[in-house]
Write a protein that binds this ligand. Sequence first.
Ligand SMILES: CC(C)(COP(=O)(O)OP(=O)(O)OC[C@H]1O[C@@H](n2cnc3c(N)ncnc32)[C@H](O)[C@@H]1OP(=O)(O)O)[C@@H](O)C(=O)NCCC(=O)NCCS
Length: 179
Amino acid sequence: MSAQNLLPANAKLVRLEESTTISPFESGDKDLNDFLLNDAKNYLKSLLAVTYLLKIDEETVAYFSLSNDNLTRSDDKKQTWNKINRSIPNEKRRRTYPAVKIGRLAVAKKYAGVGLGSRIILAVREMYVNEPQRAGCRFITVDAYRDALPFYQKNEFNFLTEQDINDDTRTMYFDLKTI
Ligand SMILES: CC(C)(COP(=O)(O)OP(=O)(O)OC[C@H]1O[C@@H](n2cnc3c(N)ncnc32)[C@H](O)[C@@H]1OP(=O)(O)O)[C@@H](O)C(=O)NCCC(=O)NCCS
């Protein structure tokens, strides 16, 4: 199975390149719209994030960007860390584990709520579990907007710490080994 196969049959996943023409995109979140139009290529050039477009015909219906990340043990996440470590053999337990961060994820307003966001999460899991790996990666992480917390919970992400409970964004993670 490839990530593409998990997406609607008429949708195509396209890696953003410097030469890609970006069509107008309206997600209802100005920062996310602006990132795609003005910053995504700079992040690519600076090797800071790779952006993927979900296209139906020539229309961009969603996009997301990925960057390498890690989960590192700290005092505020003792409980989570114990839970994480229970699924890692003793001799492989570390203070830090490799991860990939969903830096941005947005679905165009007119396509919201029909399951595209969840399909994208499945596709990202597929990319890091069943497609050939260039580097080890155990977790997906995201700094989720408050409004999007139910979306990530529905997609089986967990909170990393209670420390950010009152913040605008909360760090969440998904263990790729649970698939
Ligand atoms: C959050 C977002 C990516 C979800 O994508 P989507 O394609 O609309 O989500 P799905 O249709 O796959 O929704 C899956 C579930 O999450 C829930 N959900 C989705 N967006 C939600 C929101 N904003 N608030 C509460 N619940 C939400 C839905 O209730 C749905 O559950 P259901 O299937 O039982 O109805 C999209 O709404 C979006 O782009 N929002 C604006 C930008 C944003 O917040 N991005 C996240 C940055 S961290």
